[in-house]
Design a protein around this ligand. Structure first.
Ligand code: SF4
Length: 175
């Protein structure tokens, strides 16, 4: 895990090493996914409902005793600067894919979460065929039911840096 810790330290602004008990799950937050403001609901295997129930996902992730909870803040032109927000999310997804590559190459017992949707295939197989690359497709913290704001608060991380910023939170579970 040392390589991954160094990668996160180099690329993120806030980092906490936490125990699985510190991760707060809120199944009711699925309601936001169902409203489909991001347009990804029912579109890929990493988004609800295809990703599975929060209860089943929580069972899977709490098998890892520890997690690295991290965040990176990006500056915006103004609070409606959707282009910069999307660029920031893409940057975080790229960093998550790089972390996942390190996990796969080093055969680590770890899982990194992504940042909404999955862009690996030109056309997702959902819902007709199984995922083509289950080791590379990364569900987001929100998709698996993690309450990001409450977990950040409990970990004394800064969730909001002001109107001209966006902060993305990520997580790596590991043994
Ligand atoms: S890897 Fe391909 S099939 Fe799997 S969720 Fe992503 S886009 Fe869909």
């Amino acid at each position: 895990m040392e390589q991954i810790k160094q990668f996160i330290q180099k690329n993120m602004d806030q980092i906490r090493y936490i125990k699985k008990e510190e991760v707060i799950y809120s199944p009711e937050l699925r309601w936001y996914c169902e409203k489909n403001q991001c347009g990804m609901y029912h579109q890929t295997w990493v988004c609800p409902p295809g990703v599975g129930s929060v209860a089943a996902l929580k069972q899977q992730y709490i098998s890892f005793p520890s997690a690295i909870f991290f965040a990176k803040t990006f500056h915006l032109e103004d609070q409606f600067d959707i282009d910069s927000m999307n660029e920031a999310r893409k940057t975080m997804n790229t960093l998550a894919k790089q972390i996942n590559q390190l996990i796969l190459e080093n055969k680590l017992k770890a899982k990194v979460l992504g940042f909404g949707g999955c862009d690996i295939c030109n056309k997702c197989t959902y819902p007709l065929e199984p995922c083509r690359y289950p080791d590379r497709a990364l569900p987001s913290l929100e998709a698996i039911g993690i309450n990001v704001s409450e977990t950040a608060l409990a970990c004394r991380m800064i969730y909001y840096h002001g109107p001209k910023t966006v902060t993305y939170f990520g997580m790596v579970f590991y043994e």
